[in-house]
Write a protein that binds this ligand. Sequence first.
Ligand SMILES: [Ca+2]
Ligand SMILES: [Ca+2]
Ligand SMILES: [Ca+2]
Ligand SMILES: [Ca+2]
Ligand SMILES: [Zn+2]
Length: 707
Amino acid sequence: MKKTAFVLVCLIFALPLAAARKVPVTFDDYHGYTGSVAYLKAVASAYPDIAELLKIGKSTMGRPIYVLVLTNRTTGTTIDSQVQLRRMRNAEVKNPPLSRPFEGKPGQWIDGGTHGNEYTGTEVCLYIIDKLVAGYGETPEITRLLDAKTIYVCPTVNPDGVFNSAERELSQRGNSALKDDDGDGKVNEDGPDDLNGDGHITQFRYKDPQGQYIIDDKDPRLMVRLGQNESTTKIRYSVVTEDKDNDGDGKRGEDSEAGFDVNRNFPEGWWTEETLPGGTGEFATSSPEARALVEFAVTHRNILMVQNFHTSGGFTYRVPGTSSDATLAPKDVAVYDYILGKAYLEILGEPLPEAWANPDKLAEIKAKMRSSTRNKYALDRGYEMPRAWIPGYNEVQDRRYGYGMVIDWWYQQYGAYAVTTELWNPAKDIPDFEKIVGPAPAPAAEGMPNPEARLWQERALLKYQDAKYGGKLFVNWKSFKHPELGEGEIGGWIPTYRGNALPGDPLREVCEKHWKFELFRSGLLPQVVITEAQAKVLYTTNSAKDAQAKVTGDTVTIRKGAGKGKYKIVEVTAVIENQGPLATQSVRGSRLEGNREDVVWLVGDRDKVTYLQGGAYQRLGTIDGTLKIPGIVERPAAGAGLPGGNPPQMMPGIPGQRGRSVVTAEPPQTGPRRTVKWLVAVEDDAPLKVVVSSQKGGTMVKELTVR
Ligand SMILES: [Ca+2]
Ligand SMILES: [Ca+2]
Ligand SMILES: [Ca+2]
Ligand SMILES: [Ca+2]
Ligand SMILES: [Zn+2]
């Protein structure tokens, strides 16, 4: 009887579960570090065909930094597994690791939680993972995406910061560091405390004639900060984090676990103009977090799109932050703004700059702008940056935003289209917000924010959590006698729910918008394919040496060997196309010595194949995508198919193979298509294959039939 009941229950539950997700995930609360790691592990074990979990480093407190690699693991190849190297690598030597097949596909990097107290980004990462793994095999767009591309997701770049902020209520922007901040010989001995033992580290408010806060008229739970020299007839308060002096040195919270801002510890623009340290840490990448990320990136060269999720404001920073737009190639700016920025604003429902909507009218728009702006960068581009899509650089004051930021590194030293999205704008992201909390104050003037708006939002958020969370996210003020500060009250927002997208509907709304943007960006990745490859036997000979090719102008003359023989003289023709929308490198990327241009190899048994004209490989430059970039007038190309300039200093970068570029009388090829030819002598029936390899456009192989 019991057994029957059990089987029945199983059947009832098994039916809906069969169609459901293998690893269900909800967004009704935050996962923090622990929850996100559990989720990553569950996904990796439930979806072994499309997911692999990598540990790329460890935080100061010993927490692993994980990257989930999402791609069809049965597809993909890399150049080093296709081309027989003269200097073979010792597979036992693991630094650097051998290339993995997923590195041979165009890649996108998405991370969150660089600032520990901004874990909304961690949640968006999990949401994106869920959409991808659940959509694979169900939605053709996602199946195609994971078959051909690689998505790297790193939900918590800063495990210690996210752990402390999301799980211990210790809001911690930076990483953790074993550092004696106050020089008393003890390390991390005095951080915040739960003084009243209610399980939360909230705030302590106390009357203080020097205090900078007053109690809000409309909602007495709210503390309002006074302006710098603002006078008041109301009682002044000071508001501090719940905390006491733990080591009796007369100071409170003087040496917590908090270290420094990881997003100022990257090796781009870390030094000031005076060559003094400008970023954080002893040196750029001194933090285990920045080091892990940079090491991973430099050993995985296939990434073209980068997202670095932060939390606050509901807008996106594109590069540059450490220098002005004048330092960027106009084409890269155009991809950022006309392509990425436009889609972003559309997804957010924000108005577009006139130039983005009508790129054909750019000249007119520019002329009109001369009377309306003094921003020279805006004049140059033909548009002011919209509220929700801005460079980090302050154009009006001509001042950099900061030192050593990760997206500047990704772009300037790696060549990726990197952005930092500041998630979460309550007024825009909470569904029906004004319906629930009442209307927002009208703008003060045309396009100007109302100074009351901020206070309105503070009150509204309290009202909203009353209505939707039963008031559980806020601890009502209760009297408490502080051991050092005396009488006062403890209360305030539970710090976990402060500053991040409120869990449930608001968080889901944020996740959905930004998943859409990342999905759009993944659709822009290049995709290099061999659309045609043919081998034609011209004749046969007994001596490969007898066969020679002589190039005179456009004509190739082949000197035949004698009679029928065991060598086939073969002409190989291949057509290479980038079928993706974007070029295989950003302009910046094509100029970096650490990147190599696209290359195509004709590979065969080295003892049986003789290259009669040129070498085994041919340089292809950067191959354009199918998308026309608005606002950019293409100049005629010079060099190896590289639009707009001389070919960069790039070598095909395959050690040991002494291939030479084919001397070609044809003009350099541009656009998304390349036609290449080889002339080879092939002994017996030795097989041939064409391998095209693009760092960010993918690697593809085509076996040839020699007829
Ligand atoms: Ca100390
Ligand atoms: Ca408490
Ligand atoms: Ca102390
Ligand atoms: Ca101390
Ligand atoms: Zn941040």
